[in-house]
Design a protein around this ligand. Structure first.
Ligand code: CTP
Length: 230
């Protein structure tokens, strides 16, 4: 696969869920497998691009034998720090990860013992990595930085995806329906629609995540070529 317009960009891909610790033996995470993000990093590397994977809770087997750089992180805040350290004007950030939206207000340094019948635990909102990246893009004048998000939805896919595209100030968003077991989370398959900020919409029917990865990169490459011409 030839990706002319992406050839001198640094491709930063995030994958997997993040882990929020409650105490030394308990944590909260989500069902993201990391397959989509790893497939994108694989496809980017295979296309000869400068590739970096920032991996959250991703199965060790999925990460073994990779020839590109991998930074492993635990929590959403760790992922944010890793992304912030890597962002530059000439990068493409693809946030395929599913960072936990909330973390525990207090992390106990010792195992919490069972005492009362009810245990109330307070969660606090985590920073949004894409939103923070948009702010960095603006403040640092990283005009060439391309921000790509994912929107995993169970309903009203287009409405929520376009909402996120606008709210997070993204260049594009890849929307996928996770309401069925054939697509989304642990599956090898996915069904995806890409919405670009110029209104362009690209759709791919149910396909293997490795083919979706190529489809995403190819379409970003084409999009960059088109906006360059204008
Ligand atoms: N994302 C992020 N930082 C977070 C949460 C999500 O950067 N703390 C990114 C994801 O990697 C994805 C996009 O935002 O690219 C959308 O994530 P999603 O979970 O679909 O949406 P949220 O913004 O978290 O909203 P909600 O959970 O309410 O649907």
């Amino acid at each position: 696969m030839k990706l002319k317009n992406l050839s001198d960009k640094k491709i930063i891909v995030s994958a997997g869920g993040t882990i929020e610790m409650l105490d030394p033996v308990r944590f909260m995470t989500n069902r993201s497998s990391g397959k989509m993000g790893v497939s994108i990093a694989d496809a980017a590397y295979k296309a000869g691009l400068n590739t970096l994977l920032i991996a959250g809770n991703v199965d060790k087997n999925l990460l073994s034998g990779k020839k590109y750089e991998i930074i492993k992180v635990l929590s959403t805040r760790d992922m944010l720090d890793a992304v912030k350290n890597q962002l530059c004007d000439n990068a493409l950030l693809i946030m395929a990860a599913a960072p936990a939206d909330y973390s525990f207000k207090e992390i106990s340094s010792v195992k919490i013992k069972k005492k009362s019948d009810e245990l109330n635990i307070t969660l606090v909102k985590n920073p949004d990595i894409l939103m923070e990246s948009s702010k960095i893009k603006q403040n640092m004048n990283f005009n060439n930085l391309i921000l790509a998000g994912f929107a995993a939805e169970t309903n009203d896919l287009e409405k929520y995806a376009i909402g996120k595209l606008k709210e997070k100030n993204l260049d594009l968003i890849c929307a996928n329906d996770v309401s069925t077991s054939e697509s989304g989370f642990e599956s090898d398959y996915n069904k995806i629609t890409i919405y670009f900020k110029n209104g362009l919409k690209k759709e791919l029917n149910m396909a293997l995540k490795k083919d979706i990865a190529k489809f995403i990169l190819k379409n970003i490459d084409t999009y960059l070529g088109e906006i360059d011409e204008k």
